[in-house]
Write a protein that binds this ligand. Sequence first.
Ligand SMILES: [Zn+2]
Length: 365
Amino acid sequence: MTKIKDISNFLESFAPLRLQESYDNAGLILGDQNSEITNVLITLDVTEDVVEEAIQKKCELIVAHHPIVFSGLKKITGKNYVERTLLKAIKNDVAIYAAHTNLDSVTGGVNGKICEKLGLENCRILQPADGLLKKLVTFVPVDHAEKVRQSVFEAGAGHIGNYDSCSFNIHGQGTFRGDDTTNPYVGKKGEQHYENEIRFETIFPSYIQGQVISALINAHPYEEVAYDIYPLDNKFDQVGMGIIGTLPEQLDETKFLQQLKETFNTGVIRHTQLQNKKVKKVAVCGGSGSFLLNRAIAAGADFFVTGDFKYHQFFDAENKIVIADIGHFESEQFTKELFYELLTKNLSKFAVHLSEVNTNPVFYF
Ligand SMILES: [Zn+2]
């Protein structure tokens, strides 16, 4: 039987909770992680109607993009939709899980799905994450260097751009002397030993530090493994906000707008002044992306496709880019498909249902 924690562990191996923004509340929001589940319901938002659908479809778990609870709740009495939704879920033993800004910030996440729908190529993160990368340096006897390298790479270290297994290795000499209680791998206890070693260094994102260090220690022959971990200032280009890519063929602006309308099935797109030029480079950010406008301009995007732009923010386009606000819900609608693919391709002992409730609170007349 699958437990809730099997699903959350898997989703968090893809979109680690450490990647969520400080204001966010992603993860298991309601329920016991040890509960067994047979059916999962996927939705963008959790509403009372969605909980009702979960009950009807016998789903013990709802997996959502937007967390129903953002800030602290002191009472749950049903005075607003959040409290009523939670009450209904608690009474009916329906658990709620959310993958939000952590799912926005991984390359294959919310924005990757938008790029896929638009057919964008050469995609890269628009605003790579700061403060995530670390360097591991360790010292290993020559005959064990390959084993340690492979083990650390398999744990996820050594990725730079589209390269894996990246490291630097220098030959040198290590020294050590163990006391009476030791059992050294080479040399004798109580005697100073000189050993030909390799200084092996590589990088890893901080959220996998535990598994990288375990892999190092498991593969290393010494009783006491010497290693250093350094924080790095480098940006991590595999994680961050927004994505920029190129269309396979450049399009007229109106043609591109038409394509947006069809792809996102939206009746209206709010956009800034067209620039009378072809569209080739496109920046995207699901949800509210106005904070990335300057990044999109600096990256040379012809269009910025996102949602939730306010009136005054449209002026900031300054004829340098076309902002296309397709709607918050519309921009993120394929996140359900993303969850479905992740859960059905990688885990199989439960049924996955796509919610049929349209949770978009915005109507167009
Ligand atoms: Zn959103």
